[in-house]
Design a protein around this ligand. Structure first.
Ligand SMILES: [Fe+2]
Length: 481
């Protein structure tokens, strides 16, 4: 019996170009721009089913203009994806999915291809499909592939890029990191600020205190960079090939993971200040960071336990990979850090959980009050009891008053991470709309929901029924017109 949750693993259509004609409620006339999404596309290349995070990217843009909505979607079409399609078989080991053939087939397989399936943003007149091995440009109007982003030339494998870029509203620059894992020396992270012509406006080189840090998200205040480690990679055990590259990332209570900090105005290269997280806690995403006097405030999404993402193997291969370990989370924590010493105090925001958070884009890097995130508001028929990837609603969290508001789409709907679209001309931090993609398993359809950020728990002001069912989403973004 198929589960509702299996819809997340559906194959994406080859291509979509369609006006959205079924709209319940009213699209706000002031909403102008594109809601972007990225996630897995064709789940089954010949060879074996792939883990959700290993499937080559599928990008969609829902463009709003004067109350009208137009959906455009297609596969990213990376060179690795085209090569596997032409060969009719899998050519690349993936971070979560080894090549068929066991240890021997994966021995010394360092090249993991580039799925270009994790993050998405608009920059320099293009849409960027971003993943750790590289960023890939698509034409903004057609989503047709252009080629590797200029930042790809700044790294050589096994160096990686941040899979989610952020824009600093003060400088107007795109920010990301390039990380070179240390094989004999320690790891090096270069934080880059990039202008609209893809030129480096500013770079800071930071030495991490260890080798093999597995990084995911970065953020910035006006004075500091911050990057989060989620484990420590053993290059040797990854190369041996017995486990997946992801499983070769060590995480246990004896080796706490860290936040690493560095001043943005540093000259030359400097050593990172390390902030250890409590033993056994793991973090992938940062909500936001800001300066508060001499302190640095960083809001995090934390798990108690190791997140192994095993439930994101598709149904056909889930049994082979075993059940995922239980974890507690995703919980929201605020860290207040002395950035010179790394000493920190922290508190949990009680009563709400959520992942893949976002804030108003103009509040990125400055003191924010609110954040928006996907939230496991209720339990559907997903294969595990713990909720770190199955989201049925959205949450708005008030960090000033430790309050929150939630909207649940229902146990048979799956809701993507949200994007925040400011209301044109508005000055208040929560004056805008929260948008997300959903899978409605009961009706076998996908929708986009638009909620008033000031009244999130009232539910959508508009629900747009898409002309085709789309699979699960990794990250989203709002690109104003
Ligand atoms: Fe992410």
């Amino acid at each position: 019996m198929p589960r509702d949750a299996d819809h997340v693993f559906r194959d994406a259509p080859e291509r979509v170009e369609a006006r959205v004609t079924e709209i319940h409620g009213r699209v706000p006339p002031g909403l102008r721009g594109s809601l972007l999404r990225i996630g897995p596309g064709a789940q089954h290349v010949p060879g074996a089913p792939l883990h959700f995070f290993d499937v080559e990217g599928f990008v969609a843009a829902l463009r709003f203009d004067g109350g009208d909505a137009w959906l455009r979607a297609r596969h990213v079409g990376t060179p690795a994806w085209l090569a596997e399609r032409a060969a009719g078989k899998r050519l690349f080991r993936r971070p979560f999915t080894n090549l068929p053939g066991g240890r021997l087939a994966n021995l010394l397989q360092r090249s993991l291809g580039n799925a270009a399936a994790h993050g998405v943003h608009a920059w320099g007149g293009s849409i960027v499909a971003a993943d750790a091995p590289g960023h890939f440009l698509l034409a903004a109007d057609t989503l047709l592939p252009i080629g590797p982003a200029p930042v790809d030339a700044w790294i050589d494998p096994p160096a990686v890029l941040s899979p989610m870029a952020r824009v600093d509203p003060v400088t107007g620059h795109l920010t990301l990191y390039a990380m070179t894992p240390g094989l004999v020396a320690t790891d090096t992270v270069v934080f880059h600020e990039i202008d609209a012509a893809w030129r480096r406006a500013q770079s800071v080189t930071v030495r991490l205190p260890a080798r093999g840090s597995a990084l995911h998200d970065h953020a910035f205040s006006q004075r500091y960079w911050v990057v989060v480690e989620f484990g420590r990679r053993s290059v040797a055990s990854a190369l041996v090939g017995g486990s997946s590259a992801f499983d070769a990332i060590g995480f246990d209570v004896r080796n706490p993971v860290h936040l690493f900090l560095a001043p943005r105005d540093a000259a030359g290269s400097i050593d990172a200040v390390a902030v250890p997280l409590p033993p056994g806690q793991q973090c992938f995403h940062i909500v936001n960071a800001y300066d508060d006097g001499d302190a640095l405030v960083v809001d995090l999404v934390l798990y108690d336990g190791r997140v192994d993402y095993r439930e994101l193997f598709p149904p056909a291969s889930r049994r082979r990979h075993g059940a995922s370990a239980p974890v507690v989370g995703p919980a929201l924590w605020r860290y207040v850090i002395d950035p010179r010493t790394g000493r920190a105090r922290s508190r949990m925001i009680e009563g709400v959980t959520g992942e893949a958070p976002t804030v108003h884009p103009r509040w990125m890097g400055r003191r924010h009050r609110w954040a928006y995130m996907a939230s496991p508001t209720e339990r559907g028929d997903e294969p595990v009891d713990h909720h770190h990837v199955w989201f049925h609603g959205l949450a708005k969290v008030d960090y000033d008053d430790d309050q929150h508001a939630c909207w649940s789409a229902g146990r048979r709907q799956f809701v993507s991470p949200p994007a925040f679209a400011p209301r044109p001309g508005a000055t208040d931090e929560d004056d805008g709309w929260v948008l997300a993609w959903t899978i409605d398993a009961a009706r076998e359809r996908s929708t986009v929901v638009i909620l008033d950020a000031r009244a999130l728990d009232d539910g959508p002001v508009a629900t747009l029924v898409l002309p085709t069912l789309l699979p699960g989403v990794s990250h989203v973004a709002w690109a104003p017109s």
